[in-house]
Design a protein around this ligand. Structure first.
Ligand code: TRP
Length: 342
C-alpha cells in the first residue's frame, strides 16, 4: 500500500442504513468524488458500522452483511485498495478509545445543540418508548465521528451539507484538545465539498432516496435499469408526444444531463419542442446509463465472486488503519497523562 508522506490525509465514510446497497444519488453525491480524491490524498475510507448501531442496536438486525455490502459499493465505484485503506470502523478499536477520551472534553450542551440530534430526538419521542429510545450513544454520535476523523489526524473530509454541523463539532473538539493540553496536535479537519451534480431526481420525480423506493441502485442489472426507466415519471403535463416537455423537472432528462454531458442539449431541445418523445428519450438514456454503470458492475462481480479477496482487502485496510490510529493514541495517552512519560 502506497503512503506518500507528502500527501495530506483524508478520511471518508458512510453509515450503513440497515437496508444495504447504495444508489445513483450516493454515487453522484459522494463516491464519484472519493474516487478522484484517492489520487490527491492519503486516503482512509471506512464503513461506519458503529454509527449504524445508534439507530439499529435495539432492532436485533445484523449489521455486518450490510457493512460488507457498502464496502463492495466502494470498490465497485472504483476505490482502489492499493491507494486507499478500506475498512470497517468496528475493526479499529482505536476509534472507540479516542471517542471515550474526547467525550471527557466535550460539553453536553455542544451535543444537545446538534441539529441531527434534535431531529432524531423529536422523531423518537413520538414513537413508542419515547425518550427511552434516545440513547447516550445517539447523543455521542458526533463525538464518535470526531474520533473517526481525528484518530488519523485527517486534514480533509469530503462531506455533504448535511454533515457540516458534525464537522464543525469535530473542529471544536480538536481545538479544545489542543488548547487544554497546550499542543498543536490535531489539525482542524476541513470539508472538501465536491462540485456535485445537484440532488438527483428519483424515478417518481421526488428526490432520489431509498425510503421513497424511487432509486436506481449500483447493483441494478441492465434489464432492471431499462424497466425502471420505462416506468419513470417525465413531464406530468406531457400527456401526448405533441405536448412540450420540461426537462428541468424530468427524472429521465436529468439523468441524461449527467451521463451525456455533451449530447444532452439536443435531446432537451427536442423534448421542449415536442419533436422527441419520452419513449425514445427513455430508451436512449437507459442505454447511456447502462454503459456508464457497466464498469461498476464488472468490478462488483469480480469482488463479489471472491469473498476471500474482499476479506483480505478489509483486513489489510484495517491493519493500516490500526497502525496509523495507534500512533495517534500513543501520543494522546501521553498528553492526557495516562502513561508515565517523565
Ligand atoms: N455521519 C456520516 C453519515 O451519516 C457517517 C460518518 C461517520 C462519517 N463518521 C464519519 C463521515 C467521519 C465522514 C467522516 O454519512
Amino acid at each position: 500500500m502506497s503512503t506518500t508522506p507528502t500527501k495530506k490525509r483524508l478520511l471518508s465514510g458512510m453509515q450503513p442504513t440497515g437496508a444495504g446497497k447504495l444508489h445513483l444519488g450516493n454515487y453522484e453525491g459522494a463516491l464519484k468524488a472519493w474516487v478522484r480524491l484517492q489520487d490527491e490524498y492519503e486516503m482512509f475510507c471506512f464503513v461506519a458500522d458503529w454509527h449504524a448501531l445508534t439507530t439499529l442496536a435495539t432492532s436485533g438486525q445484523s449489521i455486518n452483511a450490510d457493512a460488507r455490502e457498502i464496502a463492495l459499493d466502494y470498490l465497485s465505484a472504483g476505490l482502489d485498495p492499493e491507494k486507499c485503506a478500506i475498512f470497517l470502523q468496528s475493526e479499529v478499536p482505536q476509534h472507540a478509545e479516542l471517542f471515550l477520551l474526547l467525550s471527557m472534553l466535550t460539553p453536553v450542551t455542544w451535543l444537545e445543540r446538534v441539529p441531527t440530534y434534535k431531529e432524531r430526538r423529536e422523531i423518537l419521542a413520538d414513537r413508542e418508548g419515547g425518550e427511552a429510545g434516545v440513547s447516550y450513544g445517539l447523543l455521542g454520535y458526533p463525538v464518535l465521528q470526531a474520533a473517526d476523523i481525528l484518530v488519523y489526524r485527517a486534514h480533509a473530509v469530503p462531506v455533504g451539507k448535511d454533515q457540516a454541523a458534525h464537522l464543525e463539532l469535530s473542529r471544536e473538539i480538536a481545538r479544545r484538545f489542543n488548547h487544554t493540553y497546550h499542543v498543536d496536535f490535531f489539525p482542524e479537519p476541513q470539508a472538501v465539498i465536491s462540485e456535485t451534480t445537484g440532488t438527483l431526481i428519483g424515478l417518481d420525480g421526488r428526490k432520489m432516496s431509498k425510503s421513497y423506493d424511487n432509486a436506481i441502485y449500483l447493483t441494478d442489472t441492465a434489464d432492471e435499469v431499462n424497466a425502471k426507466l420505462k416506468k419513470a415519471f417525465t413531464t406530468p403535463t406531457r400527456l401526448r408526444m405533441t405536448d412540450p416537455g420540461v426537462p428541468e423537472g424530468c427524472s429521465v432528462c436529468q439523468l441524461r444531463r449527467i451521463y451525456d454531458p455533451n449530447g444532452y442539449q439536443t435531446q432537451w431541445d427536442e423534448c421542449r419542442a415536442a419533436s422527441r418523445g419520452c419513449v425514445q428519450s427513455k430508451k436512449e438514456t437507459a442505454e447511456i446509463l447502462n454503459a456508464a454503470l457497466e464498469p461498476l458492475r464488472e468490478r462488483r462481480k469480480m469482488y463479489a465472486d471472491d469473498p476471500a479477496q474482499l476479506d483480505l482487502i478489509l483486513k489489510q485496510g484495517a491493519q493500516k488503519a490500526r497502525d496509523t490510529a495507534e500512533d495517534t493514541l500513543r501520543e494522546v495517552r501521553k498528553m492526557m497523562r495516562l502513561v508515565n512519560v517523565f
